[in-house]
Design a protein around this ligand. Sequence first.
Ligand code: M6R
Length: 614
Amino acid sequence: MCGIVGYIGDGNVYDILIKGLHRLEYRGYDSAGVAMVGDDGQLNVYKTMGKVSNLETFCSQKNLGARLGIAHTRWATHGEPSDTNAHPQTSQDGNIAIVHNGTIENYKVLKDALIQHGCKFASETDTEVLVQLIEYIRVTNKCSLLTAVREALKQVVGAYAIAVIEKSNPDTIIAARQSSPLAIGIGDNEMFLASDATPFVEYTKECVYLKDGEVAVIRRGEPLKITDLDNKDARIDVKTLELSISELEKGGYPHFMLKEIFQQPETLRDCIRGRVVEGGRKININGVNDNKEVFLNAKRIVIVACGTSWHAGLLGKYLIQDMCKIPVEVEYASEFRYSNPVLDERDVVIAISQSGETADTLAAVKIARDMGAFVFGISNAVGSSIPRETFSGCYIHVGPEIGVASTKAFTGQVMVLTLLALAIAQLKGTLTDAEIENLGKKILEIPSAVEKVLKLADKVEHLSLIYTYARNFLYLGRGYSYPVALEGALKLKEISYIHAEGYPAAEMKHGPIALIDAEMPSVIIAPKDHLYEKIVSNVQQVKARGGNILAIVTEGDQQICRLADHVLEVPDMPECLTPIITSIPLQLLSYYIAINKGKNVDMPRNLAKSVTVE
Ligand code: M6R
């Protein structure tokens, strides 16, 4: 998983590429590089380990005048992060440069064959194999770069979004995609390409999302041309971007993660808008309205997702089973795809993915579709692969999420799943009109309740000082609070690098209770719900073993307040709506602990925002 950018036009090539790389740094940041056909007619390739800012320092004394260029920010898959393994990768003769996002699965076979033909490799990357193959075909067949790229791609098995340039051709960039995203921006006498539209949204709103198997020829002064690998013309579908620049900047916050946590009242309003109507009496989800028969006849729902989206999916199971009386299974997409799933046309598969590009989730979508299931997508990134590969779906509309730790996307996903469950229940009559209206009205109150929860930020910041140096945490919850516990633990792990385990509170006595001592805090999510008395006992069990407890409770709680060492009180909500409210103090806790530890919260080590490789 990596980010790629390309530019051709009269603007400052280097500046546009670097700015674009900064926007894509959420996709990977262990090395970065640019290749430009310079004013001097040379193919100038500059690359180095580390973040894009390192690349800028590295380039400060270089010749940066250029006619076109491509650039890359990397998250290593084949070959450790190093200057040599950084992209762009170049052909042996130094004439061709490539940037690549994805993995070439058969790179070993191709590499061995090229070595037999005398090819020498400088890096350990699968990407170098592709550029060497392109060069080999170009030289052996004496064909154009475009033909060589097409012929090379026919031999490749795997996922790629690539951009290729050549020293002798300062007016052309060739791009192609298979299972990795690639967007092309069309401006006035200039064109851009990137892994998503954020690098070029400030220059143009006209965007074409390349489809699998397509090759684009981006040539100075000529209209965009797209073909398939056999050179058959493809339809060019120009979309208008709705993104704005302010959405991509920190807006006065020190980190994107904090901005995104504080955006939640607004993002939830956007997510609900037009979907809870007639004062809460009606739930309007187009994907359900347009497919009534599918949802009425669904015998089972299978939810596939990864990471935080999987936690939202687990909440989706509770919501749909409670409200719609349809059995639901929740699967890690990475397991589902290799588990010989049994599906048929009466199954509905819901794929949840913020980025819409997670490789395992996308693969699960394709499998489900091939087996005849109805596939419904829940995504944030408009125009990404999952919405395009699913039959129907629903966007969460929370705007670009840049911080690697998912926050506003999680609450948006949970909100959409709640609305989806209500819409299906309304259709099937498994909830009464009064029950729907009651929940509909409460949903409309959620953004203001979230505003209130965010007022706890100072208290959470203060508490974080007490907990920063704990080496292990237990997060406990029951029912709807169990997935919240899992999500709270994941947030802490990924940005503060503290080990944390999320556990169903009642399961604790079957093992993890042995871990409890004064050194290991338990974060217990205990809102007033039908399991409240049960979790009070779990709190007592932890207390009796000398454990330190931070509890998330409903305002006015007395029992847990007496037992816990610290409490954070959140507004009262119907049980099924508590996860959105109780997850927010946990987001803040992980943020402040990571800050106290001096960690880079927006770009945690070893992680990237969207995982487009297996
Ligand atoms: O884009 P997706 O929702 O498909 O991403 C899935 C996971 O990679 C993602 O949720 C990951 O776990 C986050 N870093 C969690 O904060």
